[in-house]
Design a protein around this ligand. Structure first.
Ligand code: SF4
Ligand code: SF4
Length: 438
């Protein structure tokens, strides 16, 4: 794609990066076929190619984004299916990240939306506030039925509609909090490795059993696990809201405490059980490439970050208790299959450890969770969830497995089949408790 940036514009490293990305696009449109919003809405401007044109125009003209541009960028799930499909290697992720930052900086959203985004950005990354909000939401749930339901998936959602979506996502009860930062879980038997486990923010409130399963499995196999003190939210939530300063501050804080831990006690890896977070931590090196103080450290942390399935794939797991009668529908989270290019490993691990694993039709399509997307764009998100649940039902599973808490909550909202994390199944297969019973 031909671009028309001036030399002065190209002196800005972000514009130079955008220029490189835009020039790689050959407008072939292959990406449109796998883009969930294009598949659903059929509008070229809701396709990757359409959005690339909108971003190009916005950056080249160096003008504040229009409401039209914002509408179509907001509808992008950042699922990155387009990056998997693109034959030219267009890095859509870095382009849309840049667009979101610019929108956040230069576009004045309506007051209610600004307030909602500010609340999400400050509550979700803080487990104690998030827990409190979930308790309050429990009392608000009966009111959800009184709030409006959508007419079409193309209507811009109102504040009430978004509040309804938030209430619908709140669980009926919350589990007891899991272990806090600063704890070290010793390896059983001879120590074969030492890892940090990301504590996460929403996940530690909604499903601490996931990290508990990871700790159980790892320690049982000779890996010491540390929950690093003073670790924060990885920044993914605010990063996707375009709040770059907040996301980068969190990244720097985490890099500092992780490197301190690695220097003092050694770390083989930083393990992540929420693939949405893993994708962003693996991108810290890029996000902080212009930061003289942190660039090298960020690249080192990105290299240490691993999805739990990647790391466990390298361990000789104890002989499995076979569950040949359990059919698992494996939901491939977008952040795992498109963001981190980990598509086969979790399925292979599950089937090697005794489960009957079924691929879900249209597995490349997002379930609609996408960070805060199911709150900010609830009508599109619900349509994607219903489509995902219908596809899952086709393989008649006993359980659904996924590697991302957002997907797990989203899918669980549309089915009565238990939704569990891949690591919970692997823990079960190697001596842990049966998941999906709590
Ligand atoms: S598939 Fe790639 S090269 Fe083709 S239009 Fe989409 S982003 Fe551009
Ligand atoms: S990230 Fe997903 S929703 Fe956004 S343009 Fe790409 S395929 Fe479409």
């Amino acid at each position: 794609m031909k671009t028309e940036f001036s030399l002065a514009q190209l002196a800005d490293p972000d514009i130079a990066e955008a220029d490189k990305i835009l020039r790689a696009c050959v407008h072939c449109g292959f990406c449109t076929a796998t883009c969930p919003t294009y598949v659903l809405l059929g509008d070229e401007l809701d396709s990757p190619r359409g959005r690339i044109y909108l971003i190009k125009e916005m950056l080249e003209k160096d003008r504040p984004p229009t409401a039209e541009v914002v509408k179509h960028i907001d509808r992008c799930l950042s699922c990155l299916a387009c990056m998997t499909t693109c034959p030219s290697g267009v890095n859509y992720m870095h382009l849309v990240d840049q667009a979101r930052v610019r929108i956040e900086r230069d576009f004045k959203r309506p007051l209610t939306e600004r307030v909602l985004r500010a609340v999400l950005a400050s509550v979700l990354p803080r487990p104690e506030l998030f827990r409190l909000s979930m308790i309050m939401a429990r009392f608000g749930r009966p009111l959800a039925a009184l709030l409006p339901t959508p007419k079409t998936a193309t209507a811009t959602p109102t504040l009430l509609r978004r509040i309804k979506a938030m209430l619908a996502l709140a669980p009926g009860r919350l589990p007891a909090p899991g272990p806090s930062g600063g704890r070290v879980f010793a390896a059983q038997g001879e120590r074969r490795g030492r890892v940090a486990l990301l504590q996460g923010c929403a996940q530690q409130v909604l499903a601490p059993r996931i990290n508990q399963a990871a700790i159980n499995l790892l320690t049982r196999h000779g890996i010491e696990v540390v929950l690093v003190k003073d670790e924060q939210c990885c920044g993914a939530l605010t990063h996707h809201l375009g709040r770059e300063d907040d996301a980068l501050a969190r990244a720097r804080a985490n890099i500092t405490v992780w490197l301190k831990e690695a220097g003092q006690n050694g770390l083989d890896a930083i393990l992540v059980t929420t693939s949405g977070c893993g994708t962003v931590i693996k991108d810290y090196g890029f996000m902080l490439r212009g930061d003289r103080e942190f660039a090298a450290a960020a690249a080192r942390i990105s290299a240490l970050a691993k999805d739990i399935s990647e790391y466990v794939g390298g361990i000789d797991l104890q002989p499995a208790q076979h569950h040949r009668d359990i059919v698992i529908a494996y939901h491939s989270a977008c952040s795992l299959q498109h963001g981190q290019k980990i598509a086969q490993a979790p399925k292979e691990l599950l089937s090697k450890n005794g489960f009957v694993v079924k691929d879900v039709p249209e597995s490349h399509l997002c379930c609609g969770s996408a960070g805060t997307y199911n709150i900010l764009q609830p009508d599109i998100a619900n349509k994607l969830r219903d489509r995902k649940v219908a596809n899952i039902a086709m393989v008649k599973p006993d359980m659904i497995a996924a590697g991302n808490i957002g997907c797990m909550m989203q899918i669980a909202g549309g089915t009565s089949v238990p939704v569990v994390h891949t690591i919970e199944l692997l823990d079960w297969a190697t001596g842990g408790p049966r998941p999906g019973l709590n």
